[in-house]
Design a protein around this ligand. Structure first.
Ligand code: AMP
Length: 204
């Protein structure tokens, strides 16, 4: 099963990706997580990625594409994978198509008004990646693994606005691209997490 998750920042890609990956036992590949891991480890790639991420811009296509291409060659990807946050431009989608096919693209659609609030109020666990919202979870530590939750540097109002603009301009055209290929399925990202996941299971 080769699955791509599309959707604006805050639509719930990361949250659903964890559930899909656990339920279907396929690796969850998040380009954002790969960059954050590199930033944490102080690598050259991390430094480069951070200079774009801090402004809410996209890391250059050629950098992201080669990371994903290498990752998909690994042993654990031979029976399937779930891409979260890639592709994000038409160029990335076209590059992906050169080295693999895709079974289904799940487009998680959430109302624009929800996204900013979800992102600015989000707190994430640097250990297991779980994410919470300050309106429904007030503890400082992750429920799953106990690590202290953090407010992502790019979840501030200014950077969030720019990420949403980048999504509209560069990523939204992928919906049509995959619809034309006949692999697009739309999921309602306004729904509560478990209901959204139920929709996804039905599709998959
Ligand atoms: P995410 O965790 O998916 O929201 O990604 C966080 C940030 O990482 C994005 O705002 C981009 O700066 C960068 N990034 C992640 N995936 C990609 C991608 N496929 N292409 C370009 N930049 C990306």
């Amino acid at each position: 099963m080769k699955v791509v998750l599309l959707g604006a920042p805050g639509a719930g890609k990361g949250t659903q990706a964890k559930r899909i990956s656990d339920f279907y036992a396929i690796p969850h590949i998040s380009t954002g997580d790969i960059f954050r891991e590199n930033i944490k480890n102080g690598t050259e790639l991390g430094q480069l990625a951070k200079s774009y991420m801090d402004k809410g811009q996209l890391v250059p296509d050629e950098v992201v594409v080669s990371i994903v291409e290498d990752r998909l060659k690994k042993e654990d990807c031979q029976k399937g994978w779930l891409l979260d946050g890639f592709p994000r431009t038409l160029e990335q989608a076209e590059s992906l198509a050169k080295f693999t096919d895709v079974d289904v693209v799940l487009d998680i659609e959430a109302d624009f008004g929800l996204l900013e609030d979800r992102l600015c109020g989000r707190r994430v666990c640097p250990g297991c990646g779980a994410s919470y919202h300050i309106s429904t979870y007030s503890k400082p530590d992750c429920e799953r693994c106990g690590q202290t939750l953090v407010h992502r540097d790019d979840d501030t109002k200014e950077v969030v606005r720019s990420r949403l603009e980048v999504y509209e301009k560069q990523t939204r055209p992928l919906i049509e691209y995959y619809a034309e290929k006949g692999v697009l399925k739309t999921v309602d990202g306004n729904l509560p997490i478990e209901e959204c996941f139920a929709q996804i299971r039905e599709i998959l």
